[in-house]
Design a protein around this ligand. Structure first.
Ligand SMILES: Nc1ncnc2c1ncn2[C@@H]1O[C@H](COP(=O)(O)OP(=O)(O)OP(=O)(O)O)[C@@H](O)[C@H]1O
Ligand SMILES: [Mg+2]
Length: 443
């Protein structure tokens, strides 16, 4: 596009500033011409008209090009939460590399290419490898720096979530299980003592994506007003294998210094990946170290609740399941109709609504995860926004907005069950996956 075409576009927009396709065209044109500041402004304006994730991706690309990495990162991370895709993972990898966070760059890149092989890029890989070499074999990882900083300041990794079980819809059996194991013991220590029952051990939450595992872990800490330490296990593992063991110990020490504390390992399967999957010898040492720390032999784990979450429990080393470790393996199911109603109400709490028929939406959304329901709400809002902007007033969301949204966003839990079913049917040692079979009415 040349300058006069650009001028014509801009002029057209002056007459219809709400014209989204035009605005997008102009923004894309600036972007193509590497005029990123102007592109940025146009994407921002376009986003006022529609919260289209594609526009947000472009916005993040602009920030990346303009070397504003923190902002690019925030936008991309938010997208990863709301509209995850391999492309966004790849974007995050590029942002991380640009901001010299090599460990994250590597981990995002691996995830992106694992999900979509076409994203594999020799150029990116060689840039990353060169950066790693230049960082002098990277003696300190970003993670290690974080730990050092925490040791120096005594805080940072440790947080105190305010979210409680009330904000987690459904899952009452799982909540009860967690209550038995932690909340009651903390509130009634003498009863537990009388029965000679120790407080501690771990619970592993598993299930399809987006059904509230991470949320529930946070809420558990919130519920007992405990500290919360959450670690993406890839952070510990990934590139700096040699340092991992020390990191892991530091992490447990942090928890021990901050009891009562919920220590949460998200995506625990990466670390517990069954032994045969671990190509590197260091992986074994790390597993053993993890088991030692879990057992609390050298140091007491009293007052620490260890939670883990995974979508792929079948990759978890069986050693993790012995008593005192992750001795409860809890299935976090997709919400049933009643739970979906709860979740929708939780999600809609602060939004303008009018006579929404929650029963109807809940009925129509079988197989939708909590995250899917959140996507529905986002879509409903996106649909309402342009009209509200045009009329200059807040229009309440209605049942029909959700009916439209249901057509646009399909449930995401089915795929997981296709895989899970195979494991439950054919490698269900000690009835580990009976819950899955029961859920699928196969037992
Ligand atoms: N039971 C629920 N109650 C309320 N909100 C929920 C529930 N389940 C999911 N959500 C919504 O979906 C979002 C994603 O859920 P969460 O991250 O806890 O899922 P997850 O099970 O950890 O998924 P993953 O396996 O992908 O990590 C939450 O932040 C929340 O907004
Ligand atoms: Mg999660």
């Amino acid at each position: 596009m040349n300058q006069s075409q650009l001028d014509a576009l801009r002029e057209a927009l002056q007459f219809s500033p709400q014209n989204l396709p035009l605005r997008r065209m102009l923004a894309d044109a600036y972007f193509q011409l590497a005029r990123y500041e102007e592109a940025l402004d146009e994407y921002k304006s376009a986003l006022q008209l529609s919260a289209d994730p594609d526009l947000k991706i472009k916005l993040a690309e602009c920030y990346l090009q303009l070397s504003n990495y923190p902002t690019a990162h925030v936008i991309a991370e938010e997208l990863l939460e709301t509209n995850p895709s391999p492309q966004i993972l790849f974007l995050l990898a590029r942002i991380s590399l640009a901001s010299n966070d090599l460990q994250s760059a590597n981990s995002y890149y691996k995830k992106a290419t694992a999900q979509d092989h076409t994203l594999t890029q020799a150029e990116f890989e060689s840039q990353l490898n060169q950066a790693i070499r230049e960082s002098g074999q990277a003696q300190t990882s970003a993670f290690q720096e974080e730990i050092d900083r925490i040791e120096a300041e005594g805080s940072g990794l440790v947080e105190k979530p305010r979210v409680t079980f009330a904000e987690v819809g459904g899952l009452s059996a799982v909540k009860e299980e967690i209550a038995l194991k932690v909340i009651h013991p903390i509130n009634n220590p003498e009863i537990y003592k009388a029965f000679g029952k120790k407080i501690g051990g771990g619970i592993l939450l598993y299930g399809p994506p987006g059904c509230g595992k991470t949320l529930l872990a946070r809420a558990t800490a919130g519920e007992i007003k405990a500290n919360f330490i959450s670690v993406g296990i890839n952070d510990v593992l990934d590139m700096w294998m040699g340092n991992s063991e020390k990191n892991l110990h530091d992490l447990f020490q942090q928890a021990r210094m901050n009891t009562p504390c919920v220590l949460f390992f998200d995506e625990v399967d990466a670390l517990g990946a069954s032994r045969t999957d671990l190509r590197k010898a260091a992986g074994r040492t790390l597993i053993n170290q993890f088991l030692d720390e879990l057992d609390g032999v050298k140091y007491s784990n009293e007052g620490i609740l260890i939670l883990g979450a995974t979508n792929t429990p079948w990759y978890l080393d069986t050693a993790f399941r012995r008593p005192g470790r992750f001795d409860r393996i809890v299935f976090v199911t997709p919400p049933d109709a009643e739970a979906r109603m709860d979740i929708l109400k939780i999600l809609m709490e602060d939004k303008p609504t009018e006579g929404i028929d929650y029963t109807h939406i809940a009925k129509q959304s079988d197989g939708y995860s909590g995250a899917d329901l959140r996507a529905l709400v986002d879509i409903a809002v996106e649909q309402k926004l342009p009209e509200s902007l045009r009329l200059g007033k807040v229009l309440p969301l209605t049942t029909s907005d959700f009916k439209e949204a249901l057509k646009k966003h399909r449930p995401t839990t089915k795929e997981w069950f296709a895989t899970a079913k195979n494991y439950a049917l054919y490698s269900n040692e000690s009835g580990l996956y009976d819950d899955i079979l029961k859920y699928l009415k196969l037992k």
